[in-house]
Write a protein that binds this ligand. Sequence first.
Ligand code: PMP
Length: 352
Amino acid sequence: MVYQREVVASLPAYVQGKSIPNAVKLSSNENPYPPLASVLETVREQAGSFNLYPDMSARDLVERIARHLDVRPEEVAVGAGSVEVAAQLIHACAGEGDEVMFAWRSFEAYPILVRVAGATPVPVPLTTDDRHDLDAMLAAITERTRLILVCTPNNPTGAVVTRDEMQSFLDRVPSDILVVIDEAYTHFDDDPDSASGLEFFRNYDNVAVLHTFSKAYGLAGLRVGYAVAHEEVAANLRRVAVPFGVSALAQTAAIASLDAEEELQDRIDLIREERSRVLAALREGGLEVFDSRGNFIWLRTGANTVAIDEALRERGIVARAFPGDGIRVTIGTPEMNDGFIAAILSAARLNE
Ligand code: PMP
């Protein structure tokens, strides 16, 4: 086939969580609540200038993020969603012959992004309790390893890397390998022992952190995320970025969301409470489920995955199934979660 690099033909397409009419969609870890009224108002006020290109450097947003996190603006790089920033990080660090490591199972996009960059993905299996196996990851480092992605809380298992684990890991990773801590779900993480990416960014020259406005901030449809990275790395991200990648709409909404932190915290609290309620209801119903620190839970359904996923669909619930492995279910509004609890308990009975 012409017009195609060899690797492209063999790439699996990234599969989006499907929706079916009238079903409850719990397949994409979206926030079930619409953007805050103050965010929508600000966007409306600025809509009259959408005939103009956005500020390519997203200066106002970058400065607002820097102030929010107490880092320097030179240490912030934005993109159209954190998945794009992850792609930029990979493109900036790894190419043909280089290796990029990540735990597996983790975020579905990682292996695809690595292969598009021409590098080699090195997936390292999670432990038997679905956590990062950091010792195995250290053992898998070679002289070709350029970048390591650590997703905490991990999508889809919901497990976190603790502060002590991260410290001992970073102390042993060679300093010429960039470690990217993907914290897409960090706002939902209420484990006091969890590693904080920013803390490690401040203490290690080879650490970068990924954050997104898609989850807690509820702006998945606008596509905006960012990396906090040391100055030279952040500068490289800007070099490989597609010009004007973050729309004016997304920049405006992201700034307004950071200004509405308190209201957002109420929604985050609501989702965390619902997560506890869902987990308790499933356990009461006899299902074994690990704790999750994301806005989703993980059911290890193994060989029954496809059957249970179908039974859920028949009951109007769309979750995200990974055949042979498990099902990830987003925490929605209380009503959505009630629907899911009823559906999974009756679906699980069918499979006993
Ligand atoms: N990282 C992780 C771990 C994710 O689960 C996701 C989205 N599912 C992303 C990054 C990307 O999110 P976005 O591009 O919307 O910021």
